[in-house]
Design a protein. Structure first.
Length: 146
């Protein structure tokens, strides 16, 4: 799942929660206000509003975003689809270790781990840097500059 996809899905779920909290037939806040509230781009807000309109939850015309009905539970994205790649990798890596897939003294390769877990090598690198603070892994610098 791409980062933007998880952000969209998490924010879409927030929009559904906002609809639940708003009076029936009420209006949603402006695009700018929603963008600031959820710390996402206005482009993502517009995409969410479009999705809400497509599912019949709101009627969106210009600045007016009238609520037509409350969302159903099955209209929310599942929790595992709203997690960031970094959060998913943390859980997947711990499962990987506990399943015995990683022997003590084994060498970790960022690109292999990225492929195995289906995330970018940047996500793996940042995770390993954070994880190394626990003293359970160390960076091997052999071969660099040789």
């Amino acid at each position: 799942m791409s980062r933007s996809s998880s952000i969209y899905k998490e924010s879409y779920n927030r929009a559904l929660d906002l609809i639940c909290e708003t009076d029936a037939q009420g209006d949603l806040p402006t695009e700018v206000a929603l963008s600031q509230k959820w710390n996402i781009s206005r482009t993502t807000v517009r995409s969410i509003l479009s999705g809400l309109q497509d599912t019949g939850l709101i009627q969106w015309s210009g600045r007016s975003k009238k609520i037509l009905r409350k969302p159903r539970r099955n209209e929310y994205f599942p929790k595992d689809e709203t997690a960031s790649n970094a959060d998913r990798l943390s859980s997947l890596f711990m499962e990987y270790i506990f399943a015995g897939e990683l022997a003590p003294g084994a060498t970790l390769n960022e690109s292999e781990l990225a492929k195995y877990f289906g995330v970018s090598s940047t996500v793996v690198r940042e995770f390993l840097i954070r994880f190394s603070r626990f003293g359970l892994i160390e960076k091997n610098l052999t071969g660099i500059g040789s």
